[in-house]
Design a protein. Sequence first.
Length: 356
Amino acid sequence: MTKTAEKVLLKGNHAIAKAAINAGCQCYFGYPITPQNEIGEFLSVEMPARGRVFLQAESEVAAINMLLGAASTGTKAMTSSSSLAIALMQEGISYIAADNIPAVVVSVMRAGPALGYIFPSQGDYFQTVKGGGNGDYKTLTLAPATVQEMIDYTYKAFYLAQKYRTIVFLLADGLLGQMMEPAVLYDYPYEEIDNSDWALDGAKGRPGRWIGSIHRSEEVLEKKVLELFKKYDIIKQNEIEYKTLYAEDAEILITAFGSVARIAQAAVKQAREAGLKVGLFRPITLWPFPEKELYKFATGKKLILDIEMNMGQMLEDVKMSVSGQAKVEFYGRPAGFYFTPEELLEEIKKQMEGLK
């Protein structure tokens, strides 16, 4: 199919699963946890039907290590989970990053801390973007805001993982995972990456290879980490993605990501209809964060209003990026209380009154 294909009604989690199949995912490992269970449920039928591997692991710890093993052979592989279960994967995530393994991890966030509940939340920004495992590493993170983007950025996650031999997170939340809206499922649009020069595919007719993260020499380990960060610098130069709406002439600039950004977009449009100069800056790559781009748009603004479905996590990156160019305020709610455009419009008006 192409992008001209007819739109169909898709649930967000199903959109991810279907896109993973189209992207050429050969192995899926996971363990059930809401609100992302439909991904594994769908793939449990569709992967074996295509001669591919679906395996429900005995735990999240097992799933992330199975992902590490499969991906080290050059095979396109994925896992998906949520919040407290992603926390259990952090050691394996650090190993994948250290070993330069291309792997895709889908995190459909739920409310916390700890067990919390299945309510939608954005409380795992720190967990994903800052990295919960040990050592110096980064996780390339994409944040979709619509069901269509669940498809688009699942495709891109597989491509970037292979291109840079890195772990890539698709970070959504329970609202996006469970909602249904029209979307177009089209063919995987990216070139395939040749991984024959590093993959552990059996040393037949060639010298053996080794992938590992233990280095008993300080010099060797330092060189390895510095090489990782050279790769991260290349990613920063080439893969930053964001969107804006009415950002150029805005007096107040809203920053938001994921599902909250689409609600904020509706509020910004209502504000414009009311004659208020409000704009939106939406990071899509949460790492690398569009620091320079936000700095540019923040310059000359009266206020930056960061809105998140948490108690202020992306806020730290917003403040660092704005770097004193404008005042920064925060509006958020935890525990699954998502916003309405009308609520956000009232907050915008309140902030504008405070500027007078």
